[in-house]
Design a protein around this ligand. Structure first.
Ligand code: KG4
Ligand code: ZN
Length: 336
């Protein structure tokens, strides 16, 4: 069979990314231009700044991805692009670029759901990772517990009732003065703290055991910090971070294992920015091993937003015959 070389384009939030992936599994290039420094002074992503910066960087990032792959544009089999969900102005930059390239090169255009991209990061990192498997998707905007029945066929069993896991990490990090981006900074600080210093509450979800709620633990951390400040007591930020991280990673890993057991599925994967968290990876690995479940996690660089995952997901969309015409748009609230 002829090799399928897909260009992936990702601009849904604050990374301008392009990559070339062969047959959905082999990364030939993976270029990421991060805007973190631009947004840091505002404490979070500023949509208008994100769109403008994508526009400035996108051509250069794509050219570099094709060059680093050691191919020419004419060697590409197609263009896959994130069409949603995400910031509409940011998404539009990638979608417009993909449409223009597809038209000029006369190559098929493949629309990709951002979350399907995150899941596909596992296909790149593990040759033996294939459906069916349970996947915990935890990013800045999403927390889903789902079953990947087949490539591109997903059944959702649990979702967050309030904050996404990454959003909770970001909000707590900001409140304790760590700034943006919160997740990685909080994880670093937690290494210096005691995870048993505080026992924050976990939400009980008797009616839907796979759903999440992180606003309670987030508020508990903030209340504890404010209480200490009011009493002019010293705030042990590292302990707060370690205890918060312990709480969230325990809930995420427990529920993921529970779904595997309930469905009788023996493969489990994680995806999304929060899957870069060392404590979460450790807990998932430990619990999975105990239950005889095979555990998959993407390489750290493929956990947060990148375009290799979009090209990997695009390959399976290609195989399913899911192509787009030029009426395709950016869909900020695209559902799974
Ligand atoms: O997947 P992603 O790059 O973007 C979205 O699609 O949202 O995820 C970003 C989220 C942010 O909330 C960030 O704080 C979180 O993932 N994150 C982490 C870590 N690295 C990134 N959370 C906890 N620990 C980390 N090491
Ligand atoms: Zn993402």
């Amino acid at each position: 069979m002829q090799d399928i070389l897909l260009l992936g384009i990702e601009t849904s939030c604050d990374e301008t990314a392009a990559a070339v992936v062969k047959n959905g599994r082999e990364v030939l290039s993976n270029v990421i231009s991060s805007q973190v420094a631009l947004h840091a002074e505002f404490g979070g992503v500023v949509p208008e700044i994100a769109s403008r910066n994508h526009l400035e960087k996108i051509d250069e990032v794509i050219r570099l991805a094709v060059k680093e792959a050691g191919i020419g544009f004419s060697d590409l089999s197609g263009i896959s692009v994130t069409v949603g969900p995400g910031l509409v102005g940011a998404l539009l930059v990638g979608v417009s670029e993909a449409k223009a390239l597809s038209y000029a090169l006369k190559k098929p255009l493949i629309p990709v759901h951002h979350i399907e991209g995150h899941i596909a990061a596992n296909y790149i990192s593990h040759a033996d990772c294939q459906p069916p498997f349970v996947c915990l998707v935890a990013s800045g905007g999403h927390s889903h517990l789902l079953l990947v029945e087949d490539y591109g066929k997903i059944k959702i069993f649990g979702r967050t009732r309030d904050d996404a896991a990454g959003e909770a990490f970001d909000k707590v990090a900001r409140a304790v003065g760590l700034g943006y981006p919160g997740g990685p900074k909080l994880e670093k600080m937690a290494k210096e703290g005691n995870p048993d210093a505080f026992h924050f509450p976990t939400a009980k979800m008797e009616d839907s055991p796979y759903d999440f709620s992180f606003s309670g633990v987030k508020s508990a951390v903030l209340n504890e910090m404010n209480r200490k400040k009011m009493l002019s007591e010293e705030v042990h930020v590292a302990d707060l971070c370690a205890s918060f991280q312990e709480n969230v990673t325990e809930v995420l890993s427990e529920k993921a294992i529970l779904l595997c057991k309930d469905l009788g599925v023996s493969r489990l994967a994680i995806a999304g920015g929060v899957s870069a968290n060392g404590k979460l990876r450790e807990k998932m690995q430990e619990k999975a091993e105990k239950e005889g479940i095979s555990f998959y996690s993407p390489k750290i660089i493929l956990c947060t937003d990148n375009a290799a995952m979009i090209a990997a997901a695009g390959y399976y969309e290609w195989k399913n015959g899911n192509f787009a015409d030029y009426s395709v748009n950016a869909y900020p609230s695209l559902s799974l």
